[in-house]
Design a protein around this ligand. Structure first.
Ligand code: BES
Ligand code: ZN
Ligand code: ZN
Length: 460
C-alpha cells in the first residue's frame, strides 16, 4: 500500500486542530448554529476528540482536539488520534502550529492509514488529508512509505518471510532505486568466510544468506547493518512457547534498516550507502549448533556459545566485521537483541549506543523533533570482562544476565575496530497495542530520527 496525501480539492472540509486553550474563543467565533452544536457536543479539545458540524452539503467543518501540553506529553501523533474517527471525506487542515509540528501531525495522519492487509481485508481509513501548506509533503510521504515497508516486513509471518523472502524484499528495494545487490548463500558463506552466519542458520531448511546492497556514488560512506533472524526458536536452548510467540519479528533490525535505506534513497541523500543483512532462521535440527561450541568468527575472534538463543550478536558479528573492512565513515547496526533492553526501557523507547557524544546529541535532538523516541545507553567498558569467558575470546551469553543489553552491545563493538564511528540500536520493533499512528504490530524505531540526524552526523 502507498501512503499519500489527497490532491487539493476546493470542496474539502476545513479541519481545525485545536489546543484546549484555543477552544473557547474558537467556539465563540463560529456562527450561532455551529456554536450551539459544538457546545451541545461538549467539545473541549481533548486529544483525539472529534467534532463534525453539519452544513447544507454534509459536513461544514470538523475539529480535532490537540489537548494540552501536559496531555500531549503522554503520547504523540495527536491529529492521528482523531483522524481515525473522522467520517469519510477529504479534509484541509487549519491550525496555529509551527511547521515542524505540522509535519509530525501530517506524518502521523499518513501512518494512521497503514494497514497490514496481506491476509485479510482491513477497514481502510475513510478520511483523507490534503497536504498542509508550508511543509515538505513529498518528503513526508517518503518517510511514511519507508516506515510502512518496515512494518509490513515485520508483520509478515516467517512462513512468508523466511531468508529467501527477506532477500526478495531487499532485491525489490534495490531495484526500485537502481542500487546494486549481492547475496552470498548457504555453503558459499563458509567459502567466503562468514562462519557465524552459516553456523546459526545451518539447522533451517531455508539457507542462510548475507544480503549486501550498495547505492550512491559520492559523499560520505554510511553502512547500515540489520539483524535478519526471520524466526528465532532459540535453537537447542529452545524458547518456551510464550517467548517464541512473537519471534517472527526477530528480523526487525533488518526491516528497520531496509525502511531507513528506502527513505535515504527516496529522498536522494548524497551518501554512499551500504546495507548488510545477515538473513537466517535460528532453528532446531540434528545439525544445529550447540551450547559449548566454540566458533571462530570472520574477524578471527573465537566465541564460546553459552546460549544458542543469543544468536543475533553472532550473525551481526560477521556482518559488522565485513562492514568494518572498508572503513566507512559511520556504521549503524539495528537489532531486536536481548530481552534485557525491553525490560529496561519498554517497547516505546529505542535504546542506542555510541561512543561519540556529538553523534549521540544529534540523534537525541532529531528524535525529539521527529516524535521517534530514543534513549542513549552506555558502552560501559568495565563490563568487557563479562563477555570474556576464559577459554575463548568472547562469550555470547554471559551468565547472570547482568546488564544484558550493554554486554550485547559491547560484544558487537568488538567487531568494529577500523571504522571511526559505530552506533548500535537495540529495538523492540513491535507495538503491543493500538496507539495513534501505530496500529498493533510491527513498527520501526529510530529510523525517522536517524534520517533527520544523518546529515549532521555525516557533515553533509
Ligand atoms: N530475539 C531475542 C531477543 C528478544 C526477545 C527480542 C524478546 C525481543 C523480544 C534474542 O535473540 C534472544 O533470545 N536473546 C536472549 C539473550 C540471552 C540468551 C543472553 C534473551 O534476551 O533472553
Ligand atoms: Zn535468540
Ligand atoms: Zn533473536
Amino acid at each position: 500500500m502507498t501512503l499519500a496525501f489527497a490532491a487539493p480539492d476546493s470542496a474539502a472540509i476545513p479541519l481545525h486542530l485545536l489546543d484546549e486553550g484555543e477552544v473557547p474563543d474558537w467556539i465563540e467565533a463560529q456562527s450561532a448554529p455551529i456554536r450551539a452544536w459544538a457546545k451541545a457536543q461538549g467539545f473541549s479539545g481533548a486529544i483525539g476528540q472529534v467534532l463534525t458540524c453539519p452544513g447544507d452539503e454534509g459536513i461544514a467543518l470538523a475539529a480535532v482536539g490537540y489537548g494540552s501540553a501536559r496531555s500531549r506529553a503522554r503520547g504523540r501523533f495527536h491529529l492521528a488520534a482523531g483522524a481515525a474517527r473522522l467520517p469519510t471525506g477529504i479534509y484541509a487542515l487549519t491550525c496555529t502550529l509551527e511547521n515542524d509540528l505540522v509535519e509530525v501531525e501530517a506524518l502521523g495522519w499518513l501512518l494512521a492509514q497503514y494497514r497490514f492487509d496481506t491476509y485479510k481485508d482491513q477497514s481502510a481509513m475513510g478520511a483523507a488529508l490534503i497536504a498542509p501548506e508550508g511543509i515538505d509533503a513529498a518528503r513526508i510521504e517518503k518517510i511514511a512509505n519507508g516506515e510502512a515497508l518496515s512494518r509490513t516486513l515485520i508483520n509478515t509471518p516467517a512462513s512468508d518471510m523466511g531468508p529467501p523472502d527477506l532477500e526478495a524484499a531487499a532485491r525489490d528495494v534495490a531495484a526500485e532505486f537502481g542500487a546494486s545487490i549481492k547475496v552470498t548463500t548457504g555453503e558459499d558463506l563458509l567459502a567466503q568466510n562468514y562462519p557465524l552466519i552459516h553456523t546459526v542458520g545451518r539447522a533451517a531448511d531455508s539457507e542462510a544468506r548475507l544480503i549486501d546492497i550498495t547505492w550512491g556514488e559520492d559523499g560520505p560512506r554510511l553502512t547500515l547493518v540489520g539483524k535478519g533472524v526471520c524466526f528465532d526458536t532459540g535453537g537447542l536452548n529452545l524458547k518456551p512457547g510464550a517467548s517464541m510467540a512473537l519471534m517472527k519479528k526477530d528480523m526487525g533490525g533488518a526491516a528497520a534498516v531496509l525502511g531507513l535505506a528506502h527513505m535515504i534513497m527516496a529522498t536522494g541523500m548524497p551518501v554512499q550507502l551500504r546495507v548488510l543483512i545477515p538473513a537466517v532462521e535460528n532453528s532446531v535440527s540434528g545439525n544445529a549448533f550447540r551450547p559449548g561450541d566454540i566458533l571462530t568468527a570472520r574477524k578471527g575472534l573465537t566465541v564460546e556459545i553459552n546460549n544458542t538463543d543469543a544468536e543475533g550478536r553472532l550473525v551481526l558479528a560477521d556482518a559488522l566485521a565485513l562492514a568494518d573492512e572498508d572503513q566507512p565513515d559511520l556504521i549503524i547496526s539495528m537489532a531486536t537483541l536481548p530481552g534485557a533492553a525491553r525490560v529496561a526501557v519498554g517497547p516505546d523507547l529505542a535504546p542506542f549506543y555510541v561512543d561519540d557524544g556529538d553523534l549521540a546529541s544529534a540523534v537525541e535532538q532529531a528524535a525529539a523533533v521527529q516524535a521517534d523516541p530514543v534513549w542513549r545507553m552506555p558502552f560501559h567498558s568495565p563490563y568487557e570482562a563479562m563477555i570474556e569467558p576464559g577459554i575463548a575470546d568472547l562469550d555470547n551469553a554471559p551468565k547472570g544476565g547482568f546488564a544484558g543489553s550493554i554486554t550485547a552491545a559491547l560484544f558487537l563493538r568488538r567487531f568494529v575496530t577500523e571504522t571511526p564511528n559505530y552506533m548500535h540500536f537495540d529495538i523492540y520493533g513491535w507495538q503491543p497495542s493500538d496507539a495513534p499512528a501505530r496500529p498493533k504490530g510491527g513498527v520501526a524505531q529510530g529510523t525517522r530520527a536517524l534520517l533527520a540526524a544523518l546529515p549532521e552526523m555525516l557533515g553533509l
